[in-house]
Design a binder for this molecule. Structure first.
Ligand SMILES: Cc1cc2nc3c(=O)[nH]c(=O)nc-3n(C[C@H](O)[C@H](O)[C@H](O)COP(=O)(O)OP(=O)(O)OC[C@H]3O[C@@H](n4cnc5c(N)ncnc54)[C@H](O)[C@@H]3O)c2cc1C
Length: 756
């Protein structure tokens, strides 16, 4: 008997039997969610010893000449056509010429291959388009976003039959069809798999012939583009009571492409999502009959809907909402910095006050971080990855950080951002925050169940292999596979325990770090935390097993650490890719200090709440012997980051690159003009200050300044007044709107739903 078979038969076998008995098996929906997409840099982080050379060698995202021309051409032109106030408060929709432009220039076909008439853009180009549009109009950005993310287009590309692709994709590319995707229903939100929308396999009449098909009944809500969609990607539970397809009665979640003009469909009513007037609404189907070939992927794909949805989500959620969020934070950085520079209180620009700088510093560093993460994630997707855990991290973290920064920006602007009207450039972004938080997996679920819950299994070097071996039906084969995975896991854990301990006790002194100039020092602690995370995660899995699912607070904190590890890696990567810009170092350092403090705080909280106390004590001894030591960015660093937003510089430009600037007398142009004049007149104002004179006329009289300087000060003051101004309305301007809203509202409330 070889050593190997002795180990397998006498040591592994009892463990295998015990584990099979004790560990809960995965439900089908859990398995499909876990198996969707692939792993990428998240898997490196889970090893506890990430390979930094690999990270730095990963090619940065780039645009082709054609993609750049699209951004400089149609995207800019579209942005010029958009008037967010008019869209949201006067028209309640994009104007017809904007719809025509979106369709004509194939904004809805960015992911559709050229052979079907689409633009076939990279993920990065797609993201750049959404990013720029988001800085101009959230309503337009969301409208362009949806057909290019989770929806019929993406699903057809991944799962459609050739006939379906040949029929639908050219029509979608030409915008002859407007798609929407219907998953959510009143009963089933986050728990989408619990939907009651149903399809029954039956025979029916289709275009005058009797065919095998499905009779559908549904009530969906919150569906973006739904009110104007011509084709609905519908998710429902398929039943086959008469066994027309086979032995199974309950076939499971299925996706079909349903033309919205079929009899029995009611579609067109609208919701008002946070008073942003992109098209969004409910729809109903009563005994709607579709032939079997409308099932996405054909009859072979019945019951595979959940897997399709998870798979489509694996890439899509790393692009749309992170792009909108990165745009939102860059916009907040650009406007808050400029406003804080021109707005004076107590005779000082408010940006000079430390408490304002606290907010500005956070906004600036977050803008740097989110764009780093967005670019790296797009690069990964463009290299063929569908990193489900990374994209879940991106979706939740980007929208969450957008929330923090938009609130900061609102505070910096004070009443200027509160008073609605065409002069308010923050209102739409503020209202958009909860939309991003809620869609594509609401953030609480994503943080507490998906990031670590799925990551622990999916990205771990051995766990999924062990679980698959335990579920293997052939016992001998299962045992062999388990033996290999299990002992690999044991070796990995022991090595990691020593690594994590050594790095924690030496502050990461001997952890590997590439030669990355001034950033080299950040790799070592990051390596330390990766090892600590991997060991703590292993111990949590070992002691809690399947119960970890119910320990949502613990799981969420692990998710936060994993997120920080990912985001901080991308920040280091950005700094390297951009040629190690010394002037950007405060931003890099702020992100690192903030992330390190969060990691230590979360680790401390995990250990304080870890259900298995002896394990917690051991882990604390190994990983955090002196408790959390990191305190976050020091004030001088926050001040340095804030200052970047208060002065023109290449660093400021890098942070706010690609914000759409319309020029003319638009609100953003007014702000930029005032900022520019404030900077230019600063030396004159300084002279006035030294002479203890506030009044320009008096300063001129006393010869402190000359005529040209007085005129420059006057122009600057007028420019600032134009920025500080807010809208006001005559009562009669508001009351017709109120009346029509009230009318709309009362109609909605009194209207019986189809289900009733
Ligand atoms: C503007 C907008 C556009 C949308 N567009 C579409 C679309 O085009 N197509 C589509 O199909 N859907 C769409 N949705 C639906 C969206 O995906 C759902 O709103 C989302 O899945 C959450 O469902 P819910 O709103 O019913 O919240 P619920 O599921 O009721 O959740 C409420 C809260 O409970 C939390 N929660 C739920 N379960 C758990 C748990 N196990 N542990 C911890 N916390 C939990 C959630 O995180 C959330 O914070 C859209 C929604 C909005 C608001």
């Amino acid at each position: 008997m070889s050593d190997f078979s002795f180990r397998r038969d006498w040591i592994t076998k009892p463990i295998f039997r015990w584990a099979r008995h004790v560990l809960p098996s995965l439900s089908d929906t859990e398995r499909e969610a876990i198996e969707a997409g692939d792993v990428w840099w998240d898997a490196d982080l889970f090893t506890g010893n990430p390979d930094w050379a690999k990270l730095l060698a990963f090619p940065a995202a780039t645009l082709s000449a054609e993609e750049q021309a699209f951004l400089d051409g149609p995207v800019d032109e579209l942005c010029r056509m958009l008037d967010d106030w008019r869209i949201n408060w006067e028209l309640g929709d994009l104007p017809p010429e904007v719809w025509d432009f979106l369709k004509a220039h194939k904004f809805f076909a960015m992911i559709i291959p050229k052979k079907y008439g689409g633009l076939e853009f990279s993920a990065y180009a797609h993201s750049e388009v959404i990013r720029k549009l988001s800085t101009r109009s959230i309503c337009a950005a969301v409208t362009a976003m949806v057909p290019n993310s989770l929806g019929p287009g993406e699903l057809l590309l991944q799962f459609g039959t050739k006939e379906q692709q040949d029929y639908w994709l050219p029509r979608l590319a030409e915008a002859k069809e407007i798609p929407c995707f219907g998953l959510t229903s009143p009963e089933a939100g986050s728990d989408a798999a619990s939907m009651v929308d149903s399809g029954v396999v039956c025979r029916g009449t289709w275009q005058g012939r009797e065919v095998l098909g499905i009779r559908l009944n549904w009530h969906k809500r919150y569906i973006t583009l739904g009110p104007i969609a011509t084709v609905l990607g519908l998710a429902f539970k398929l039943h086959d009571p008469d066994h027309l397809l086979g032995a199974d009665e309950d076939i499971g979640i299925t996706v079909a492409l349903v033309p919205t003009n079929l009899p029995g469909i009611e579609i067109g009513r609208r919701h008002l999502p946070a008073m942003l007037f992109f098209q969004n609404g409910p729809n109903w189907g009563r005994d709607v009959f579709i032939p079997m070939d409308h099932v996405l992927g054909g009859v072979e794909q019945v019951g595979k809907g959940w897997k399709m949805l998870m798979s489509a989500l694996a890439a899509g959620r790393g692009i749309s909402l992170p792009s909108l969020s990165a745009a939102g934070v860059a916009f907040a950085a650009h406007t808050s910095g400029a406003y804080a520079r021109v707005r004076e209180q107590f005779h000082v620009p408010i940006g000079r006050f430390q408490a304002i700088q606290e907010r500005l510093g956070r906004i600036a560093a977050t803008a740097y971080l989110l764009d780093a993460a967005r670019r790296h994630t797009c690069a990964g997707i463009d290299h063929g990855h569908k990193p489900a855990v990374v994209t879940a991290i991106m979706k939740a973290q980007a929208t969450e950080r957008l929330r923090v920064c938009v609130n900061d920006a609102m505070d910096v602007h004070g009443g200027k951002a509160v008073q609605e009207g065409p002069l308010n450039y923050m209102g739409s972004l503020y209202r958009a925050v909860p939309v991003g938080i809620t869609v594509e997996g609401a953030n609480i679920v994503t943080r507490s169940l998906i990031q670590f819950g799925q990551g622990a299994i999916r990205s771990h070097p051995y766990l999924l292999k062990e679980m698959q071996a335990l579920e293997e039906t052939g016992r001998a084969r299962g045992l062999d596979q388990f033996d290999k995975a299990f002992w690999g896991h044991v070796g990995h854990s022991i090595a990691n325990a020593f690594r994590a301990w050594g790095r924690a006790w030496t502050g990461g002194l001997f952890a590997p770090a590439p030669d990355a100039g001034a950033a080299t020092r950040f790799y070592k602690p990051l390596g330390r935390y990766a090892a600590a995370f991997a060991l703590a995660a292993d111990m949590a899995l070992l002691t809690l097993g399947g119960a970890l699912k119910r320990q949502e607070m613990v799981s969420a904190r692990f998710g936060d650490i994993l997120s920080e590890l990912y985001l901080l890696s991308t920040v280091l990567k950005r700094w390297q890719d951009e040629g190690r810009q010394e002037a950007d170092l405060p931003l890099l350092e702020w992100c690192m200090e903030d992330g390190f403090a969060t990691i230590e705080r979360r680790l401390d909280e995990i250990l304080a709440n870890f259900p298995n106390r002896p394990t917690a004590w051991l882990l604390r001894f190994l990983l955090l012997p002196l408790g959390p030591r990191r305190r976050g960015p020091p004030d001088r660093l926050t001040e340095a980051c804030a200052t970047i937003l208060l002065e023109p510089s290449a660093t400021r430009d890098r942070l706010t690159v690609d914000i759409f600037r319309c020029g003319g007398d638009e609100t953003l142009a007014r702000l930029e003009r005032a900022f520019d004049l404030a900077i230019k007149t600063e030396p004159i104002r300084h002279r006035l200050h030294k002479a203890h004179i506030r009044d320009v006329a008096k300063a001129r009289q006393q010869g402190v300044i000359n005529d040209a300087e007085a005129a420059a000060l006057e122009a600057a003051a007028q420019a600032v007044a134009a920025v500080v101004a807010v809208d006001d309305f005559a009562p009669e301007e508001l009351s017709p709107r109120r009346a029509s809203q009230g009318e709309m509202l009362s109609q909605t409330m009194s209207r019986p739903t189809a289900a009733e």
